[in-house]
Each structure stands twice: as structure tokens, then as C-alpha cells.
Design a protein around this ligand. Structure first.
Ligand code: FE2
Ligand code: FE2
Length: 133
């Protein structure tokens, strides 16, 4: 069973952003699978790298939408994104990629952060982006 599932409750009513959120969920699920299966260090490392890159890409598209639509809390939202990217990079540099315990904590942190962020912070820009597609 997947660690995270997409649900319509997560939708921000912008197709491009929904597709990006789905991809982030898929990457976290892949990281979980790589970790659970035979824990091949290289697989885990490469999925983690892909997740960091894709997260940065998603945050910049989302910030572009918010900026273009005059979202008033853009700066505070950007700070949340920055903090999360720093945390990911920090985790990446600290991970030995040998320890399963590290991944238990990492995956619970990632899955909670992403769902809480989409359901709360991202939902707050929805009324401002309602004209976007
Ligand atoms: Fe987002
Ligand atoms: Fe966001």
C-alpha cells in the first residue's frame, strides 16, 4: 500500500499545480518503496535527489503563480518553502544512507509536512489563483 494517497481534498484547482503535487506524493511513495524493499543504497539516494530537485522546481512554479496573481502572503509562504528545502538538504547531508531508522523519521517528517502544507498553506492561495488553469 502506498504511504500517501492523492485525494480531491488536496486539490488547489490549478491543473498544473495539482499535477506537481501528485508527482511529489509519487516521489515520497517511491522513496518509501526503495527504503522498504531491499534498501538499495543507490536507489534510495537517487530517489531522494530527485525529490529535492522536483520540490525546488514545484516551489518556484507555485511562487510564480502566487506572484502573478498578487497573493498577499507570498513572502511568508516563500519562507516556508525555503525552510523545507534547507531541511531536506540538511537531512540529505546527514544521512548515512545505511540506517533504516533515519528513513523512518525522514519519511514520517516528509509525508506529514507535505500533506499539512498542501492542505493548509497551499489552500490559502486558492481564492487568489482561481482564475489560473
Ligand atoms: Fe505546493
Ligand atoms: Fe507551497
Amino acid at each position: 500500500m502506498a504511504l500517501l494517497e492523492w485525494s480531491d481534498k488536496l486539490s488547489v484547482n490549478v491543473d498544473e499545480i495539482d499535477a506537481q503535487h501528485k508527482k511529489l506524493i509519487e516521489l515520497i511513495n517511491r522513496l518509501n518503496d526503495a527504503w522498504k524493499n531491499d534498501f538499495k543504497r543507490e536507489d534510495v539516494r537517487s530517489v531522494f535527489m530527485e525529490l529535492i530537485d522536483y520540490t525546488k522546481y514545484h516551489f518556484s512554479s507555485e511562487e510564480k503563480y502566487m506572484e502573478e496573481n498578487g497573493y498577499p502572503d507570498l513572502e511568508a509562504h516563500k519562507k516556508q518553502h525555503e525552510k523545507f528545502v534547507k531541511k531536506l538538504q540538511n537531512l540529505q547531508s546527514k544521512c548515512s544512507y545505511n540506517s533504516k531508522e533515519v528513513y523512518t523519521d525522514l519519511l514520517s517528517f516528509l509525508s506529514n509536512w507535505i500533506v499539512v502544507h498542501i492542505m493548509h498553506s497551499d489552500q490559502e492561495y486558492v481564492p487568489y489563483l482561481s482564475g489560473a488553469k
